[in-house]
Design a protein around this ligand. Structure first.
Ligand SMILES: Cc1cc2nc3c(=O)[nH]c(=O)nc-3n(C[C@H](O)[C@H](O)[C@H](O)COP(=O)(O)O)c2cc1C
Length: 299
């Protein structure tokens, strides 16, 4: 049984990746699992200069998921290149760098700098709900989605995956805009905008009041969006949103995803992504699926 996949000409040993921001650059997880078993490590959003992130509290647990307002805290692209790339390159897994920016120019600068470095793909995060500028402000307007994709593409040496926000009425409109801008693939979904209130303190739980909602509770929304986008565009999709098991991942593949990313599940079980790799393999063996292409997008 072969669980290899190809996205924009890059071959992955299996479809399972780590969702950006939930796995650091893999260092923290190395003692729980063998990173060589993963299709790819997708690192936390990296910006041109260091970002401090948002004030605490910035994490809250909810039924079936969590809220976060971390706000793209990161050490900046130079520190990332110096510390994290050599660490990740020790492993036989692909590296996808999630890029963040406040302006189109900042995204372009990060993409250009990463062009000089040995990484496999870039993931353009225009869907973070936790930053005032850039982030979701770009990802909810089809004109801006196309524009930022087109500009960043000019500076990207590696294939460019555009990460879409679910906080829109029609996700297919954003997917088509990214395709027109020259995206080589799409990732979806980022977090849904959510809120929790502490009724005893009469205050929002998060210091930022609202944050990104993720985890198993959002899986039906994510699946629906992957399904719709797969029908609307001709680009490979990395599907994510609430994947906890191999069976969840198979649902995303049947809805049209080529790759799958595991995010919030890591906070519950640091080995979650490896268990998803094993679960996919078990499904393939049990049901005689020789290649994932046989079941991709069959719904
Ligand atoms: C704590 C946290 C930090 C995140 N940081 C990023 C980020 O830096 N860039 C990004 O594109 N998505 C980020 N995300 C979104 C995830 O990559 C993923 O799209 C989302 O959480 C849905 O998947 P899940 O339900 O499996 O977590 C973050 C999510 C969480 C929970």
């Amino acid at each position: 049984m072969n669980s290899k996949i190809t996205i924009a000409g890059v071959e992955f040993k299996n479809p399972v990746m780590t969702a950006s921001g939930t796995f650091g650059s893999g260092r923290e997880y190395g003692e729980y699992m063998d990173l060589n078993q993963l299709g790819a490590v997708v690192v936390k959003g990296v910006a041109i200069t260091p970002w401090k992130g948002n004030p605490a509290p910035r994490i809250a647990e909810t039924y079936g998921g969590m809220l976060n307002s971390v706000g793209l805290q990161n050490p900046g692209v130079e520190a990332f290149i110096e510390n994290d790339i050599p660490f990740l390159r020790q492993y036989d897994t692909k590296i996808i760098v999630n890029i963040a920016g406040r302006t189109i120019e900042e995204y372009c600068q990060v993409a250009e700098r990463l062009g000089e470095v040995d990484v496999d793909l870039l993931e353009l995060n225009i869907s973070c709900p936790n930053v005032k500028e850039g982030g979701v402000a770009f990802g909810t307007d089809p004109f801006m989605v196309e524009k930022v994709t087109k500009e960043v593409k000019k500076y990207s040496k590696q294939p460019l995956i555009v990460k879409l926000s679910p906080n829109v009425t029609d996700i297919t409109e954003m997917a088509r805009a990214a395709e027109s801008g020259g995206a080589d693939g799409l990732s979806l979904i980022n977090t849904l905008l959510g809120m929790a209130i502490d009724i005893y303190r009469r205050k929002p739980v998060l210091a930022m009041k609202v944050g990104g909602f993720s985890g198993p509770a959002i899986k039906p929304v994510a699946l629906r969006m992957v399904y719709q986008v797969n029908k609307a565009v001709n680009l490979p999709i990395i599907g994510m949103g609430g994947i906890m098991t191999g069976e969840d991942a198979i649902e995303f593949i049947m809805a049209g995803a080529t790759g799958v990313a595991v995010g919030t599940a890591h906070f519950n079980n640091p080995r979650a992504s490896l268990e998803v790799v094993e679960g996919i393999q078990k499904y393939m063996d049990t049901y005689g699926v020789k290649d994932l292409a046989e079941i991709r997008g069959i719904i």
